[in-house]
Design a protein around this ligand. Structure first.
Ligand code: AMP
Length: 288
């Protein structure tokens, strides 16, 4: 596996690949890699000839009171895992490489308010603007043909699709399913913040989403009541919910009662960790 930190070294390799007619896939990460990230690499390998994984803890997507400084940085273990997966190239730029004018300067992207400032965007002002900025920059540096993002960050995935379409970038955006622990907890770098007691309770978030899905599939379509019940169950399990919400899967807007393609989304704090998860429900094929 080739490991590079400079843009010039990255572009030298990528342009050689392109001259050979090889397609390039990008998996963008903040490191502290787990099986969720590994699944994206495997998916990229199925779709592309060469796979680049970027590792960069992006300062512009963290709020002032958030965990940028303490975010887990485990470069050695990450490179070992990527090497085992036969990743072609790991790109680990520093901040100057990503933001040559400094991250307080440089161009800003404006995203549609109704997609940016709801759900996680409502609780983390500026977060998705920072994500859009770094993803646009990584796209311009790597110039991938395909980029794989996890459905675990569902709102982020929709915003990246929007960004790519609206800038008319020649990049295919592929969503990959959520990889979970055995109790259903979505794998996340932030799960490492949980102590044993918190970890034992963290599975509640997935359980509650599954119960909402079951109720919807059984024909219950009183969304506000279902959301309120789910919120209460999270509180009883010892979590502090930011939101539990049933939305239209295609654009995360509020669904009408007969809408069939739904996304159930939740975010909750547990100690130092803010956990997010979501589940897709398609009611179109149910025989009711
Ligand atoms: P992060 O390093 O947390 O920024 O995540 C990098 C990429 O991995 C994003 O596209 C995430 O959506 C994806 N990802 C993180 N956790 C999971 C998971 N449990 N399953 C699938 N994809 C994930």
């Amino acid at each position: 596996m080739q490991s590079v930190t400079s843009l010039s070294a990255l572009q030298k390799t990528v342009s050689q690949w392109k001259q050979q007619g090889l397609s390039v896939g990008l998996v963008a990460t903040m490191g502290n890699l787990h099986e969720g990230h590994a699944s994206l690499v495997t998916r990229a390998q199925l779709l592309c000839d060469k796979v680049v994984v970027s590792i960069f803890v992006n300062p512009t997507q963290f709020g002032e009171a958030e965990d940028y400084q303490g975010y887990p940085r485990t470069i050695e273990a990450d490179c070992e895992l990527l090497d085992k997966l036969s990743t072609d190239l790991v790109f680990m730029p520093d901040e100057v490489e990503v933001y040559p004018q400094g991250h307080s300067a440089g161009v800003r992207l404006t995203l549609p308010d109704e997609l940016e400032n709801i759900l996680c965007g409502h609780d983390r002002p500026g977060h998705f603007a920072g994500v859009a900025r770094v993803v646009a920059r990584l796209f311009s540096m790597v110039k991938p043909d395909v980029a794989i993002f996890g459905e675990k960050d569902y709102q982020q995935l929709l915003l990246i699709r929007y960004l790519t379409k609206s800038l008319d970038l020649p990049i295919e955006i592929v969503g990959a399913p959520v990889i979970r622990e055995t109790d259903g907890l979505a794998m996340s770098s932030r799960n490492g913040y949980l102590d044993a007691g918190q970890r034992a309770r963290a599975g509640a978030i997935y359980r509650v989403l599954c119960q909402m899905r079951d109720a919807l599939q059984a024909g219950d379509n009183d969304f506000p009541v279902l959301e309120q019940q789910a919120r209460q169950q999270l509180i009883e399990a010892g979590l502090e919910p930011d939101y539990v919400s049933i939305r239209r899967a295609e654009d995360l807007q509020a669904p009408s009662r007969d809408h069939q393609s739904l996304q159930l989304l939740a975010a909750a704090s547990l100690g130092k960790a803010r956990l997010i998860d979501n589940l897709h429900v398609d009611l179109a094929f149910l025989d009711r």
